[in-house]
Design a protein around this ligand. Structure first.
Ligand SMILES: Cc1cc2nc3c(=O)[nH]c(=O)nc-3n(C[C@H](O)[C@H](O)[C@H](O)COP(=O)(O)OP(=O)(O)OC[C@H]3O[C@@H](n4cnc5c(N)ncnc54)[C@H](O)[C@@H]3O)c2cc1C
Length: 137
């Protein structure tokens, strides 16, 4: 039996699954593709624009093109610098470019995917290749 089922191993699902497991839950992550983070691999033209190194929450939200206020709750708990710390803690060296855009120093999105992969593994998340169509609670 699992405490948490996360559907989708994109950036959001991997973070949610890993942190749920770190918080003591038994977590199952279902991803329909063979590999997690497929979309992350093509983000930022293959370099992955990880976040924006903006230290002010309001300034960050103001620069979100659509419905930025939706992000207040999440970002007030996990700021862009927390995201940077998260990946650097996992061995990804980051750099800040024009407009405060943050990329892996290697310019390779695969480093971010590998870090997410290791996070799931180290947190004890069980992964399955499955496309969830419908489930009853
Ligand atoms: C060309 C392009 C460039 C981009 N560049 C950037 C960038 O540089 N920086 C940035 O932050 N964002 C960028 N984005 C946006 C980026 O896609 C998102 O930031 C990020 O990938 C969203 O992650 P996610 O986990 O929310 O969604 P997704 O990456 O879409 O993850 C959803 C996952 O769920 C899986 N899934 C869906 N339905 C099911 C199901 N029923 N059962 C099982 N699995 C399922 C999918 O296979 C997928 O792996 C870019 C997007 C595009 C298209």
């Amino acid at each position: 039996m699992y405490d948490v089922l996360v559907i989708g191993g994109g950036a959001a699902g991997c973070m949610a699954a890993g942190f749920a497991a770190k918080n003591g839950n038994k977590v199952l992550l279902a991803e329909r593709n063979d590999k997690i983070g497929r979309k992350v691999m093509i983000t930022g033209k293959g370099r992955c624009n990880v976040t924006n190194a903006c230290s002010l929450l309001n300034e960050f939200i103001e620069n979100v093109p659509v419905n930025g206020r939706f992000l207040y709750g999440a970002l007030s708990r996990f700021m862009p610098f927390d995201t940077m710390d998260f990946f650097e803690d996992k061995g990804v060296t980051l750099k800040i470019e024009r407009g405060n855009r943050v990329f892996p120093e290697s310019d390779k999105a695969v480093e971010i995917v590998d870090a997410l992969h290791n996070f799931l593994k180290d947190s004890g998340v069980k992964r399955v290749k499955a496309r969830i169509v419908k489930f009853n609670t």
